[in-house]
Design a protein around this ligand. Structure first.
Ligand code: SF4
Length: 441
């Protein structure tokens, strides 16, 4: 790894872990009162997956219909509680897990939020199995404007290594489902991963070509591989060793190979038209996360909800939010967080930053000077703009940030290992013959 990358990695790894340490839980942890003059971004977490991928560090558990049904009921109750507390929402992002694991339950949940607040946009994640006309039609009717599909790779060898070939089919069959998904939503996004251990330049370039020139998606997100440390140790057996020293080279290959009509919307998301991007944290400094394992950032404090589904259901039934831990940011960290997320979205509006945090440019002058000397940002009138080299640096920074979040998730999930490993009756996922997944029927 180049020396500069090593220094930056070490620095940001240290800072990211400090930010995501989260203090010991307080029994009376609750949400701060909302600013009633503005609506919030609402993040909802659905932690169920029919199959668990080896590289994944998200909060996910094996799907069981009884557990998931109960969970969706609790989630809707928590949404009502947030509304009663005065929170209003403009946009929704549903992540997982696989949010579409029970499409009818998800639709009911989205419809509830829409009845409580006028909603501008709804973005949900899904996997290739759920790209059926019935599921997509139901999601569109429930108000979804953006569908983000976890594809990861279109190389059959890599799909096999990731345990996805048997679950979601070959690259060719994934491609044909993606083509069938066109026209339902304003934005159809494909999530891809680069720097997989066994991925070479040729395989990556083929992925870029297939996903942008043949799949018909109008947005593509290329994430660097960024699993938690423990996940990377487990991946050694099936996928090989993760080498971060290739990351910069592979990122540059992507930038050079992307067709000109895919413009960067963030350091790793490229869109044909304007629309929501995967990282809602870019467009929304503050957001409320509901559901087990969700994170919130409100009034300078990061909150985490309990990762235990049992505790989550109990807390909601007792009339308490799912929150179990919090991490207040220092004044300086709040400014740095604002700059980090804005530049991840490619530019920082200096006037906006000054209005939000008076003295912003003066207080962060050393950091901004350092970024300018490195060639990562440049002044463009009233904005600080990320350069092409800066985009590469932000990939490294965000990788470290999300890996720190993943390590925190790992810690939390380890504490509830018995609950996650508990055996349960074999469940049938499908709710009705109309909404079915061909891959598993
Ligand atoms: S990658 Fe997606 S489908 Fe696989 S375990 Fe993670 S959340 Fe579930």
């Amino acid at each position: 790894m180049p020396l500069m990358d090593r220094i930056l990695t070490a620095g940001f790894r240290h800072n990211s872990r400090r930010l995501t340490r989260f203090k010991t839980p307080q029994p009376s942890e609750s949400l701060p009162p909302p600013d009633r003059d503005r609506p919030y971004m609402l993040y909802l977490h659905v932690p169920f997956c029919v199959v668990l991928c080896p590289f994944c560090s998200f909060h996910r558990v094996c799907f069981r219909e009884d557990k998931a049904t109960r969970y969706f009921e609790s989630l809707r109750q928590e949404i009502r509680m947030a509304h009663d507390a005065g929170y209003r929402f403009a946009d929704i992002y549903v992540g997982g897990g696989t949010p579409t694991v029970m499409p009818e339950e998800l639709a009911e949940t989205l419809e509830l939020v829409r009845r409580l607040s006028p909603i501008d946009s709804i973005s949900i994640e899904t996997n290739p199995d759920d790209l059926t006309p019935a599921v997509m039609g139901r999601m569109r009717d429930a108000g979804v404007t953006r569908l983000s599909v976890g594809i990861q790779s279109l190389d059959d060898k890599l799909l096999r290594q990731m345990d996805r070939y048997d679950k979601y089919g070959s690259a060719a069959s994934v491609m044909s489902r993606l083509e069938g998904a066109q026209g339902y939503f304003d934005t159809l996004n494909a999530d891809m991963i680069f720097n997989l251990p066994d991925q070479d330049d040729e395989s990556l370039l083929r992925d870029v070509d297939l996903i942008t020139r043949q799949a018909g998606v109008n947005q593509v997100t290329f994430y660097p591989l960024m699993s938690a440390e423990s996940t990377m140790r487990k991946m050694l057996k099936t996928m090989g060793n993760v080498k971060f020293d290739r990351e910069g080279h592979m990122y540059r290959l992507i930038l050079d190979a992307l067709p000109a009509d895919y413009k960067p919307s963030s350091a790793w998301c490229f869109s044909k038209s304007e629309g929501t991007v995967d990282e809602y944290v870019i467009e929304n400094e503050e957001y409320l996360g509901l559901g087990s394992g969700s994170l919130s950032y409100l009034d300078g404090i990061l909150y985490s909800s309990t990762f235990s589904l049992n505790n989550y259901n109990r807390q909601i039934a007792a009339g308490r939010f799912g929150i179990s831990r919090k991490q207040p940011l220092t004044k300086r960290d709040r400014l740095r967080y604002f700059m980090l997320m804005n530049l991840f979205g490619l530019s920082l509006d200096k006037d906006l930053a000054e209005r939000r945090y008076p003295g912003f440019m003066r207080k962060l002058a050393p950091e901004i000077l350092g970024l300018k000397i490195m060639g990562a940002v440049r002044d463009e009138g009233d904005r600080l703009v990320l350069t092409r080299y800066g985009m590469r640096i932000w990939i490294l920074i965000m990788r470290e940030f999300f890996m720190a979040v993943s390590d925190f998730r790992d810690l939390m999930r380890h504490a509830i290992k018995e609950e996650l490993d508990a055996p349960g009756p074999l469940q049938i996922r499908l709710q009705s013959p109309e909404i079915r997944s061909p891959g598993r029927s």
